[in-house]
Design a protein around this ligand. Structure first.
Ligand code: SF4
Length: 212
């Protein structure tokens, strides 16, 4: 499979913020979000080719038993993704997956928490959203909206109204584009069943630092 990077950090966003996790970042993404902070994953020929055993050995260097499969878009390598998820589960990992919102989700797999990133207009990619997948998410899953503006926030509220989901809804301010305090006020007033999600790893380390 094509791997961008494998590293050990704390989960910086979402319901499991603060949990030490091994991050396995798959290479390749067909989308081009305006605010993407991992453009180095876009080229499907970038990164390096690794076998499943090599990936598992790399992950096992660290003590964590929580793993986050991310990208890029991990579902762009569907067979390798399934093999990786199954192998991690066999090794006893709790598994979170971060995906773009543009793919059908393999809900029959061993994933403990999906994070589906529904794209708002500010991303330029909202036409690829697979809204119907929101109804398949479970209570332990998450649906995330990265917000660049009030327009994006209104869009997200409409999506949540029209596409019912059991997943936890997260609102995340696009870095340097929306004041987190402003977004917090909108969430408090208009989306009280949802959560504000900050990218804590960027606060702890640096906005553009890789491997954290
Ligand atoms: S889907 Fe993710 S990796 Fe792909 S362009 Fe958007 S933010 Fe970047």
């Amino acid at each position: 499979m094509r791997i961008s990077e494998i590293f050990y950090s704390i989960q910086g966003e979402g319901v499991y913020t603060g949990v030490p996790m091994v991050f396995i970042r798959l290479q390749g993404c067909p989308f081009r979000c305006t605010w993407c902070d991992s453009v180095y994953t876009w080229d499907p020929k970038g990164g390096e080719e690794m076998t499943l055993d090599e990936v598992l050995r790399a992950a096992a260097k660290w003590p964590a038993k929580h793993a986050c499969i991310t990208g890029g878009e991990p579902l762009a390598q569907p067979r390798d993704f399934r093999a990786l998820a199954n192998a991690l589960k066999q090794k006893g990992y709790w598994i979170e997956v971060e995906t773009s919102g543009g793919y059908e989700l393999p809900m029959d797999g061993p994933i403990d928490s999906w994070v589906m990133d529904i794209k708002c207009p500010g991303s330029g990619m909202e036409r690829y959203n697979k809204y119907e997948e929101m109804a398949r998410l479970r209570e332990q899953d998450q649906v995330k909206f990265v917000v660049t503006s009030r327009k994006d926030f209104d869009f997200a509220l409409d999506v949540l109204e029209q596409h019912k989901t059991k997943a936890v809804a997260l609102f995340s301010p696009a870095w340097d584009q929306v004041d987190p305090a402003q977004l917090a006020e909108w969430v408090k007033a208009e989306a009280p069943q949802s959560r504000l999600s900050l990218q804590v790893h960027k606060v702890i380390w640096a906005p553009n630092r890789r491997g954290v």
